[in-house]
Ligand binder design. Structure first.
Ligand code: SF4
Ligand code: SF4
Length: 165
């Protein structure tokens, strides 16, 4: 079956694996780290400006796809809120033996509360599991883009990219 950004509008696993914004398997095993699922060469760079650690590089060509230096990422979350394309997430594979935490932008109201059970959607918008909200972060520095932390089955950490109440 044909898949991929041009055919379906959704990045295939192979396309994702080639992106310079994806952390390495080794970095994912070390703890929370950003995942940048941005593949279109568009004039955009607020993610680079938001990162005080210098972990995101676009450079002089503003159309370049953002590249991640995973070792510099402290998982502060600022780039999630700064991205107008909602293409940035944080994944923590070390949350527990069975669960990972995915941090994702959520701009709908009402916001879910801590402990709420939510539906977890993949990149195609399909419900793939339920998840548990462990935190909702919405400081002024996030400029009205709240970030929801949701615990999901570990094997779905690189699939879940949205929630629904
Ligand atoms: S989470 Fe923070 S440290 Fe990591 S890339 Fe984003 S802005 Fe930089
Ligand atoms: S801010 Fe978002 S859409 Fe813009 S380049 Fe960065 S990751 Fe891509």
């Amino acid at each position: 079956m044909a898949e991929g950004l041009i055919i379906t509008g959704v990045l295939s696993k192979e396309e994702l694996s080639r992106l310079p914004g994806m952390p390495s398997e080794e970095r994912l095993k070390e703890g929370a780290v950003v995942v940048i699922e941005c593949a279109e060469e568009i004039p955009c760079n607020p993610c680079e400006s938001a990162c005080r650690q210098g972990a995101i590089m676009i450079g002089e060509n503003i159309n370049a796809i953002p590249a991640l230096t995973g070792d510099l990422c402290t998982a502060c979350g600022l780039c999630i809120a700064a991205c107008p394309g909602q293409a940035i997430f944080i994944v923590d594979m070390t949350y527990s033996d069975t669960e990972a935490v995915v941090q994702l932008p959520y701009e709908f109201l009402p916001l879910p509360g801590r402990g709420a059970t939510v539906k977890c959607l993949n990149r195609q918008g399909e419900v793939v599991s339920s998840g548990r909200v462990v935190k909702v972060v919405n400081p002024k520095s996030y400029d009205r883009t709240p970030v929801v932390w949701v615990a999901v089955p570990k094997e779905l950490a690189m699939e879940v990219r949205a929630i629904r109440l």
